[in-house]
Design a protein around this ligand. Structure first.
Ligand code: CP
Length: 306
């Protein structure tokens, strides 16, 4: 049966564990997987800019011995002539075995999946969800902390438009003992629908504005960029963009074992002076992104490597 990844909750906790175990095995034994996707083709249909997600998907397919085709902007596809996502995916289904799609409109990968003959992976839809970033984040936390429950996670910055935040909160809310500290200016609070999910599940959370006050209690600090491309008004963006800047002085307030994650790209929200701090894990996080996407491609294609 055709299987897609549109939302981080599309995989059960047990399936996520299997996926992460597979990613760990791929990292340890890359040669074992080097031909697993021979003859298979991945289409990367990116209607919005990307560095990590698109290139890690493409790198993932190459490292599995497969091939890649696609486009990296709407302008270079027939979307510029008015073609619908539904028609595009019907055509791509004739050329490829699996598709990773990023789109500025929320729900576009779901619309594609309804007409697709191949698995569709949501590689980020507007300000909504970014499930493969969440897989990356979960693998990073599990690998570096040794667990996914029993922790206080602080999410800081643009919690309104930051799709990685919405996906990560939903995914982590399935693990026991997780508590969220949501650090943002009032204008960039987490959307109500995400807070409702937390409320219904009885997951403890608090909304605060001060990073300095919140940082001492955190096991993980997940920094985010203010999403310029989602603002309606440039003045609002300029007012918000440097609201939080993590620097060495703030890191001194944090625990010795607190991890700093960021989906990247960063702008100013983490000073480069933090990069050499052993608690700064965002570049390692980007590396995990390729292994988990390799595991995802294999899983959605139903390929097993002995
Ligand atoms: N984290 C992430 O989605 O980065 P890109 O926009 O570069 O893909």
């Amino acid at each position: 049966m055709l299987r897609h990844l549109l939302n981080p909750l599309d995989f059960s906790v047990e399936e996520l564990d299997k996926l992460m175990d597979l990613a760990v095995d791929i990292e340890k034994h890359p040669a074992k997987y080097a031909h697993a996707c021979e003859g298979k083709v991945l289409a990367t249909c990116f209607y919005e800019p990307s560095t990590r997600t698109r290139l890690s998907f493409e790198g993932a397919m190459y490292h599995l011995g497969g091939h890649v085709l696609g486009f990296s902007s709407a302008d270079s596809s027939s979307a510029a002539k008015g073609e619908s996502v539904s028609d595009t995916i019907r055509v791509i289904s004739c050329y490829a075995d699996i598709c990773a799609m990023r789109h500025p409109k929320e729900g576009a990968p779901l619309v594609a999946a309804l007409k697709s003959g191949i698995p569709v992976i949501n590689a980020g839809d507007g300000g909504h969800q970014h499930p493969t970033q969440t897989l990356t984040d979960l693998l990073t936390i599990r690998s570096l902390k040794g667990r996914l429950g029993d922790m206080t996670l602080g999410l800081c910055g643009d919690l309104k438009f930051g799709r990685t935040v919405h996906s990560l909160i939903e995914a982590l809310s399935r693990y026991k003992g997780v508590r969220f500290v949501l650090i943002s200016p009032p204008e960039l609070r987490v959307p109500e629908y995400v807070l409702e999910t937390l409320g219904k599940k009885g997951i403890p959370y608090k909304e605060v504005q001060s990073l300095e006050e919140a940082i001492p209690e955190l096991d993980i600090l997940y920094m985010t960029r203010v999403q310029r491309e989602r603002f309606f008004n440039e003045d609002d963006y300029i007012r918000m963009k440097d609201f939080y800047i993590l620097n060495k002085a703030k890191m001194e307030l944090a625990r010795e074992d607190m991890l700093v994650l960021h989906p990247l790209p960063r702008v100013n929200e983490i000073s480069t002076e933090v990069d050499d701090d052993p608690r700064a894990c965002y570049f390692k996080q980007a590396q995990y992104g390729m292994y988990i996407r390799m595991a995802l491609i294999l899983t959605l294609l139903g390929l097993e490597v002995q």
